[in-house]
Every structure is written in structure tokens, then in C-alpha cells.
Design a protein around this ligand. Structure first.
Ligand code: NAI
Length: 492
């Protein structure tokens, strides 16, 4: 493509098409808008004009620039009126037959050198492009909603997509202010695949009655996520989220790792779709109830806190305990604290009852990954004769908000992060993306506070493998199988 701002044809100007058209027109392209629903193209242009009016009011956009951009948005009555387009982006209904037929038509209509791109979020790019005369010119260009704001574009390679075409799409996306990340066409591409455990682990914990939705949300927010899994599913729509989970499950030949949740199915069956239906995990407009207060026994004056183990978590415990009398056993085989005969250990994935049994401990509490900020919610579980109020009192004295949970393996944050890392590792193993691509995709596509490979670095490969191995030993199935990429070590 020699012209740096070629004409673009946007087909299907609903939620996504409209946003993508705005982005391309703002970058200087003439954008033809086509939609089979009569009047939809004019309506999309009017909606963009309304968005611009708001931006002008806020002083974020100048009128002449808005007018020039709007002049580049050209509704067309038929595809033949857009013959000069060198890039067609399709954002029509999510149906293989419709998309397939559309691209066959476009291939005959547009210049030979035109690039054909689909914004599909769940259909195989290879399948849509099958049967095209020039399959090397067909590629996925997957934007995120809302397209004008979300930085990520997954550049999805089907089996026959040409490298030059994918590179050209990457260049264009960059010129539009986006961050393109290359992905192989596999179910869920990058983001919708790696994100599955964020929902799945939460739903599994709910199914086991381990804790309440508002506790789950508080704990994951304390780990740095902008929204907890339950409030996020309520926002996305439980029906939509369930549909994506089912699609990924089926597209992976029913790999049990991606099994949908009975808890989610029941909410959907009951019409509790989340915010849009007024009720999901929570009732709206109220939203999540306040966390139930956790009974905590104040730490007796003069108590000595013994920090066990070494490394960043032991250091953080030492820092948090600095106002108290502290001693340190860096050679300990476990990481955590001891107060009198009560041990508080960071979870290694085994449930507390098992650690207590394996190591002959009478009083044991396990705690989760430490929150990213002081005062954050921190899950803990107790077993045996351990006094939950005493354990809570210790965590509170160190500045965290203790949240009691049932004795679930890997607790809440540790198991969620480990499973996100594991899924990302499998994606890399299978050539879906690079580690850097996965990190960028998760941070920009779903606003994660860190990328899975950044977490891997923080937690350490051995800890992630240990956590998932313990979950696997507990649940026995295919869900918690450690990715070979993680097992085989850094040389991979
Ligand atoms: P939408 O329902 O808002 O818009 C689809 C538009 O396509 C409608 O205006 C419809 O009249 C039009 N249309 C249907 N068949 C057509 C055809 N044969 N030719 C021309 N126009 C046609 O849907 P939405 O949400 O914008 O999704 C569109 C595509 O983008 C789907 O493939 C979807 O999977 C994908 N996507 C959606 C995201 C989202 O969050 N909504 C995110 C990323 C991708």
C-alpha cells in the first residue's frame, strides 16, 4: 500500500463499526460506511458527530478538525460505491456464513491489492478466509470496545494470511494511535483466551461457597485489578460472558480446562444478566453490598512477630510488622509469620487442612498474595484449632483488611494469578502470541494491572508451578494442568 491514508470501507456500522470508522477518519482516511440496515450508515455518522460535539464542549476537540473528520465519513448505499477502498474492515453480525459470503463479494469488487480485514471476536479467521482467491490478503483486525478509547488491536493471522499484509495492518493500527499485537487465529485469540481464568476461578470459588461475591471483588481489586470478577461480569453481561465461555469451550473440542460454570448458567437461566437486567451477582442500582466485618482479636501488647522465610514476601511482612517486636528466621522452609503457637503461612496451593496434616501443625492459618497497597483486602483461611479471630487480628495489626474464606486450595488471588499465567504460557507454547504480546494485550485489552509474564516474574516460575500442581492434586482433572512451557524453564 503506497498511499499512507488509503480509502477504507467499513461494513457494518453498529457498536464496533462506528467506533472503528471514527478512529480511521480521525487518522485522515476517507471512510465509506456501509450497512444493510437502511439508514444505519447515516445514523452512525450522526452519532459520531454528536460525540464530537461533546468533545468540543469539553475543549478536547476543535470544530474545524471535527468538521474535516466528519467530511471524511461517507455513507454509501451499496458496496459498489466504495470501489476505491484499499482496506475493507468488516464488523457485521457474528455469523460465519454472512462474513464468508461478504468477503467473497468484496474480493471481486475491490482492487486486487486491497486488504480485507475482519473484526470478528470469536470466529476463526482461517474459516472466514477459506475459499478466497487471494487468502494472503485476508487478516483479522480485532478492536476492543469502545474502539476509540481502547488501545489494543489484535492482528489475527489466519492459516494463509500473508506476513506483508499483517505487517501493513500493524503499521496502520500504529498510525491510528493503537498498539497492535500479532496473534494466531485460535479460539479467543489472545485476550478472550487468557482472561478465561479470571472469571472461571471466581465462579469455581463461588460454586464451592468459599466466599461471597463482594469479598471476591474486594480481594481482586486489592490485587490491582480495576474491577473484581463479579462486578465485571455484571457489567459485561452474564449472558455475553457465558456465551464467550461456551464458544471457547466448544472451539477447543470441549477441553475441560474451559468448562463453563453452573453458577453462571443458573444466573443466565434466571434472567439475571447483570446491570442491564437490574440483577446479576448484585441487585442494581445499589450494586455490591459492603463487606461483612471480619471478627478480629487485637494483637496482645508486647507480642513478638516472627517472620519466616526470605524473599520479597518475607521482606514485605517484615516491613509491615516493623511497628511491633519482630524477629526473623530467614532459613525457614516456609514464608509467613508466627505469633505464639499460631503460624500464618502464605499459601503454596495446598489447602490449610492438608498443610496442617502433612506437617503436623495444630494451629495454622494460610494467607493469600499480599495486596498491592496498604490497607488492601487479604484472604485467609484457618484450620484445626487455629483461632480465626486471632489470625485476623495479626493481619489487621500489619495493616491489611482480613477477609475470611473457606479452606480453598490456592485461596483467591494466588490461584487466579497462577491460572492466568498458565493460560498465557500455553498461548505462547502454541505460538498464539509472544510473552510481550500477551502482556501488552492483557494490559490494553482488559486493563489488567500487569501482564501475565510480569506476574510470572514476580511470583517466580517455581511458585506458579507449585500452586497449579497443588490445585491439580486437589481437584484431579484436566483443568489445572501445568503448561509444559512453564515446566521446561526459562530457556524455552
Ligand atoms: P452490532 O449489532 O452493534 O452491529 C452490527 C451491524 O452490522 C449492524 O448495524 C447490522 O445492521 C450490520 N450488518 C449485519 N449484517 C450485515 C451485512 N451482511 N452487511 C452489512 N451490514 C450488516 O454488532 P457489534 O457489537 O458492533 O459487532 C460487530 C462485530 O464486531 C462482530 O463480529 C463482533 O463479534 C465484533 N466485535 C464486537 C465487540 C463488542 O464488544 N461488541 C468487540 C470486538 C469485536
Amino acid at each position: 500500500m503506497t498511499n499512507s491514508t488509503p480509502d477504507i470501507l467499513l461494513i457494518g456500522v453498529g457498536v464496533m463499526g462506528q467506533g472503528i470508522a471514527q478512529v480511521a477518519a480521525q487518522a485522515g482516511h476517507r471512510v465509506f460506511l456501509y450497512d444493510t440496515f437502511e439508514g444505519a450508515a447515516d445514523k452512525a455518522r450522526a452519532k459520531i458527530a454528536a460525540t464530537f460535539d461533546k468533545l468540543i464542549e469539553k475543549g478536547k476537540l476543535a470544530r474545524p478538525e471535527a468538521d474535516a473528520t466528519l467530511a471524511r465519513l461517507v455513507p454509501v448505499p451499496d458496496l459498489a460505491s466504495a470501489k476505491s477502498a484499499l482496506l475493507a474492515i468488516e464488523a457485521v453480525v457474528e455469523r460465519l456464513d454472512v462474513k464468508h459470503q461478504l468477503f467473497q463479494q468484496l474480493e471481486d469488487l475491490l482492487p486486487e491489492g486491497a486488504i480485507l480485514a475482519t473484526n470478528t471476536s470469536s470466529i476463526s479467521v482461517t474459516a472466514i478466509g477459506a475459499g478466497l482467491k487471494r487468502p494472503e490478503r485476508f487478516v483479522g483486525m480485532h478492536f476492543f470496545n469502545p474502539a476509540p478509547l481502547m488501545k489494543l488491536v489484535e492482528v489475527v493471522h489466519g492459516l494463509r494470511t500473508g506476513k506483508a499484509v499483517a505487517d501493513e495492518v500493524e503499521r496502520l493500527a500504529r498510525a491510528w494511535g493503537k498498539t497492535p499485537v500479532h496473534a494466531r487465529s485460535t479460539p479467543g485469540f489472545i485476550v478472550n483466551r487468557i482472561a478465561r481464568p479470571y472469571y472461571a476461578e471466581a465462579l469455581m470459588l463461588l460454586q464451592e461457597q468459599a466466599l461471597a461475591p463482594e469479598a471476591l471483588d474486594a480481594l481482586l481489586r486489592a490485587a490491582g485489578f480495576r474491577m473484581g470478577p463479579c462486578e465485571l461480569m455484571d457489567l459485561i453481561g452474564l449472558d455475553t460472558n457465558y456465551a464467550v465461555t461456551q464458544t471457547v469451550f466448544a472451539a477447543n473440542f470441549y477441553d475441560r480446562r474451559f468448562t463453563p460454570s453452573l453458577v453462571q448458567r443458573e444466573l443466565v437461566e434466571g434472567g439475571q444478566f447483570g446491570r442491564k437486567s437490574g440483577r446479576g451477582f448484585y441487585a442494581y442500582p445499589e450494586g455490591a453490598p459492603l463487606l461483612a466485618p471480619c471478627p478480629a482479636a487485637p494483637l496482645p501488647a508486647g507480642s513478638t512477630l516472627v517472620v519466616h522465610g526470605s524473599g520479597p514476601v518475607a521482606d514485605a511482612l517484615g516491613d509491615a510488622a516493623a511497628a511491633h517486636t519482630v524477629s526473623h528466621v530467614p532459613t525457614s522452609s516456609w514464608v509467613g509469620l508466627q505469633v505464639g503457637s499460631l503460624q500464618l503461612r502464605q499459601t503454596d496451593g495446598r489447602p490449610a487442612w492438608q498443610v496442617a496434616r502433612d506437617e503436623g501443625l495444630a494451629q495454622l492459618a494460610l494467607f493469600d498474595e499480599l495486596p498491592t497497597a496498604a490497607g488492601g483486602a487479604l484472604a485467609f483461611a484457618t484450620t484445626g484449632q487455629a483461632d480465626a479471630a486471632q489470625a485476623a487480628g495479626v493481619l489487621q495489626a500489619l495493616g491489611w483488611q482480613p477477609v475470611p474464606v473457606q479452606d480453598a486450595p490456592g485461596l483467591v488471588v494466588a490461584r487466579t494469578l497462577a491460572m492466568l499465567v498458565n493460560e498465557a504460557a500455553d498461548a505462547v507454547l502454541q505460538g498464539v502470541c509472544t510473552p510481550d504480546g500477551a502482556d501488552a494485550a492483557m494490559k490494553l485489552g482488559v486493563n489488567y494491572p500487569a501482564g501475565p509474564f510480569e506476574w510470572l516474574q514476580r511470583l517466580g516460575r517455581a511458585r506458579v508451578v507449585q500452586l497449579i500442581g497443588a490445585l491439580d492434586a486437589c481437584y484431579r482433572g484436566e483443568r489445572y494442568r501445568v503448561s509444559p512451557w512453564l515446566q521446561r524453564g526459562p530457556a524455552a
